[in-house]
Ligand binder design. Structure first.
Ligand code: ADP
Ligand code: ZN
Ligand code: ZN
Length: 817
């Protein structure tokens, strides 16, 4: 009997692909292992075994496999099931899920480019001959293709060797697009063994009697190493002895101390644990008990707790319970909320049990974390990270925390799978029969709706910890202020007064300016022209720090112009205002204050974000201006005033979630104010002081906002009453985009009738010279979601079979945000 393996290949193929196995191979191979196989003419890919069976494929002859890459499965069965669910639900392929789910270093293929790891420090003696040849070749040339390595070794079977080198972190794959992570090397010293005997030690100390500082350092060294003979960090020796680096260098030069460098495990914790005991207040206690009650009934829990009510402490306790039962715990949160502050809090409590999985980590670090989770080691019981953490190979997941569950960045926008990590986490928890808690100060309408309809359990925390009051909110009508000339630039007199007051009291201020859709653009006062991006249908935005006009979609840029490009007039102004302009105005208003700015431009480098936060914490900054980045998970003690520069640009965004989002954003920003005893203040500047959302923000009226938005969603047929699938067609040819969109919309209308909207150009209809057109499918609650998706899938297949539309790509977005 022949044997076959169905493989998932990292390609947008609808089906798994079947390869033939020898009996021996079939005995060894298990689902979840990687195999290198040929696909297409001459290409080698890494595939994942999904199934082993004995049924030959019907329409093609199965090819033999190329090589086996793993000795143990790299994926668990649960992961395979989860991938399959994701592909079906989000209308993408398992191959696309595979690309998103596995660290790139696991996906060796013939197109891979191999480089020497930047962190290489190995004993070459340990390498096999073949490994040595590769490493040596890579030391001479900066990178090699797989083919070149095959030639080098004169063998076709190089992938397993490379694989070993990857797992030992000696080489990197396809690394260039990632930021390189600096090696974390730490300097250690150790006493020269020649002086270890007591007599030798005394002799040495006598000899050093005329070098008292060096003697002093040695005494410190002895006392610090009295208990353990482990090498000592130079930094520690410096700190404890108070000596200068020069003194230590002299000891090294005299061969008394030996110096060497060691690598520390980057992804784990190196500090000390000082886990305090958490003592809940009565409200936390009650919430905690309710959560556990709901968990015991296998319910998804929604925790609605106002900002600073102590939700994080509750999560910590829940995590502790889960790991005490020997389970793994996953703490998911949006990328921007993944701050050092929070990570430190968890590490202080759980020490090196916490692993952090971050998009800024290199491929090697991801591999390291992946393996730790797969091995289910004590060190990796708790994983904290952003959305892609749901792809880690959990063995025995007991708890998932989804913090800031309302955040739209849990949804992956591009590329496929366009999954929502919160929703996917609910499915993942269900597969493991794990508990899951969704938490927020401003829950999403969908989640709250689920709670209201008993799909989730609701637990509430209405008070801030330590009886801190919710901040007082004041709305400033800037329309009137403008008329009465009570504005200086974008600052109302009220805001200026309040800033002065805070500064006088020695407190800090946060000013929030939303960037989205509201960056400064250049406009001609004479003819009204504003410079456009040649590749996209948007105006270029002005960046004062490098005096450029830039496109936010494709990065196109030109120098700022002094004359109108259309009519040569010199009468040009910049319209709209961003964080940069707030900063400029603020510097003029408060020349003596230290002002910081946090937005995408000032936080580019790996640690830039952290630096600004730390500077603000250390009160090296008095007033911090920022975008969305400021809203999440930060706990600043001395902020007494939060100013929202302009609420209207949030409210006027053309999107059915705009009002919900504005409410969430403003309330979250407001939550940064007054986290200690003194009551904080929030000032909202707006042209529409009577807008219902502004009113709801100022009274913290979540339920009012929810009820009103729900009514609108019902009326206009949006979630949670209707589900949405958005199809976006993209093509460089304008009329082809239109024709194809018409065809597709008609085909969908044949089945879904009036629940198909469009085709329609989105607000930005051309990006990077591609035209965009959207079709929206609305799915009523009573209509089967599964059947609908099958039908959409079928229609898309017919569409893709039409030759003239081959150049049109269709992006499918299920539950678009
Ligand atoms: P949230 O996550 O709801 O915004 P946090 O958990 O960050 O709130 O709590 C707000 C502040 O109150 C933090 O500084 C936290 O350390 C403190 N806090 C909350 N609960 C407790 C507790 N039970 N004991 C001591 N401090 C607490
Ligand atoms: Zn002009
Ligand atoms: Zn552009």
């Amino acid at each position: 009997m022949p044997y076959f393996a169905d493989l998932i290949l990292p390609l947008p193929l609808d089906n798994r692909f079947t390869y033939s196995l020898t009996e021996e191979e079939a005995q060894f191979i298990q689902p979840g292992m990687r195999l290198a196989v040929q696909f297409g003419k001459n290409r080698i890919y890494t595939g994942i075994v999904a199934l082993i069976h004995q049924n030959p494929p019907e329409v093609y002859e199965a090819k033999p496999i190329h090589q086996i890459l793993d000795e143990e499965p790299l994926l668990t069965n649960d992961q395979l099931k989860f991938w399959s669910w994701l592909a079906t639900y989000y209308l993408c392929t398992e191959g696309e899920v595979m690309r998103a789910a596995l660290p790139g270093a696991f996906l060796l293929e013939s197109e891979s480019i191999v480089k020497l790891s930047s962190e290489i420090n190995t004993d070459f003696e340990e390498l096999s001959d073949d490994e040595f040849l590769i490493v040596e070749a890579l030391q001479r040339q900066s990178s090699m293709k797989i083919q070149e390595i095959e030639q080098l070794l004169d063998s076709k079977k190089v992938l397993p060797i490379l694989n070993k080198l990857v797992s030992r972190q000696l080489i990197d794959l396809n690394q260039e697009i990632y930021e390189q992570f600096k090696p974390k090397e730490i300097r250690f010293v150790k006493l020269n063994p020649a002086f270890e005997a007591e007599s030798e030690m005394h002799k040495l100390l006598d000899e050093l009697s005329r070098a008292p500082k060096q003697r002093e350092v040695l005494f410190t060294y002895f006392s610090l190493t009295a208990k353990s003979k482990k090498p000592l960090k130079v930094k520690k020796l410096l700190n404890e002895s108070g000596a200068s680096a020069g003194v230590i260098k002299s000891l090294i030069d005299k061969d008394i101390l030996e110096e060497f460098y060691g690598e520390v495990d980057r992804v784990t914790f190196t500090g000390e644990i000082n886990s305090h005991e958490i003592k809940f207040n009565q409200f936390q206690e009650k919430a905690f008990n309710e959560i556990n009650q709901n968990f015991s009934e296998d319910k998804v829990c929604l925790l609605h707790g106002v900002t600073s009510s102590g939700k994080t402490e509750i999560y910590i306790k829940l995590i502790e319970r889960a790991i005490n039962k020997g389970k793994q715990a996953l703490y998911l949160l949006p990328e921007i909320a993944l701050t050092t502050q929070l990570i430190k809090r968890l590490q202080n409590y759980f020490g090196d049990k916490v692993l952090v999985y971050h998009s800024k980590y290199s491929l090697n670090e991801r591999v390291e974390i992946y393996n730790k989770v797969l091995e289910n080691t004590e060190k990796g019981k708790i994983v904290i990270g952003a959305r892609s953490c749901i792809f880690l190979p959990f063995r025995d997941l007991g708890l998932i925390v989804v913090d800031e569950e309302h955040e739209s960045t849990f949804k992956q926008f591009d590329p496929a799978p366009r999954y929502h990590a919160r929703d996917a986490a609910v499915v993942l928890a269900n597969m493991f029969q794990a508990n899951i808690i969704l938490g927020s100060a401003t829950p999403s309408i969908e989640s709250y709706f689920n709670a209201e309809h008993n799909k989730y359990a609701l637990v509430e925390l209405n008070r801030r910890y330590g009886n801190v009051l919710m901040p007082e909110v004041e709305v400033v009508d800037i329309k009137t202020a403008h008329r009465k000339k009570r504005m200086i630039g974008h600052f109302s007199e009220r805001l200026i007064e309040e800033i002065k007051e805070s500064i006088k009291e020695g407190e800090q201020v946060i000013l929030f300016q939303n960037r989205r859709g509201f960056s400064p653009i250049m406009e001609c006062n004479t003819c009204g022209h504003s410079p456009q991006c040649p590749n996209c249908d948007v105006s270029l935005t002005y960046h004062s720090h490098n005096n450029q006009l830039r496109c936010h979609y494709c990065g196109y840029h030109i120098a700022m112009q002094n004359q109108c490009m259309a009519c040569s007039s010199n009468e040009i102004t910049t319209k709209g205002f961003g964080t940069e302009q707030v900063e400029t105005e603020l510097k003029a208003l408060f020349p003596d204050q230290k002002i910081g700015r946090m937005d995408q431009d000032t936080t580019r480098g790996k640690h830039a974000y952290e630096k600004i936060i730390t500077a603000f914490e250390n009160e090296e900054i008095d007033i911090l201006i920022g975008t969305q980045m400021l809203t999440k998970g930060l706990d600043f003690r001395k902020v007494s005033l939060v100013g929202i520069m302009n609420a209207d640009n949030l409210l006027n965004f053309p999107d059915f979630r705009a009002h919900e989002r504005s409410f969430q954003l403003m309330l979250q920003v407001a939550g940064r104010s007054g986290r200690t005893q003194k009551r904080g203040k929030v000032l909202i500047q707006t042209y529409n002081p009577h807008h219902q959302i502004i009113q709801q923000v100022s009274t913290g009226d979540f339920k009012g906002m929810y009820a009103e938005q729900l009514e609108e969603r019902y009326q206009y047929q949006y979630p949670p009453y209707f589900r949405l699938i958005r199809l976006t067609l993209k093509c460089r040819d304008y009329s082809k985009t239109n024709e194809a969109a018409e065809w597709l919309a008609r085909a969908l209308e044949n089945v879904f009738d009036r629940y198909v909207l469009g085709p329609e150009f989105p607000p930005v209809a051309r990006i990077r010279n591609e035209y965009y057109k959207n079709i929206l499918i609305k799915i009523p609650k009573k209509q089967s979601l599964g059947k609908t998706k099958k039908m959409v899938h079928r229609i898309l297949s017919s569409f893709r079979a039409i030759g003239v539309y081959r150049s049109v790509r269709v992006v499918v977005n299920v539950d678009p945000q």
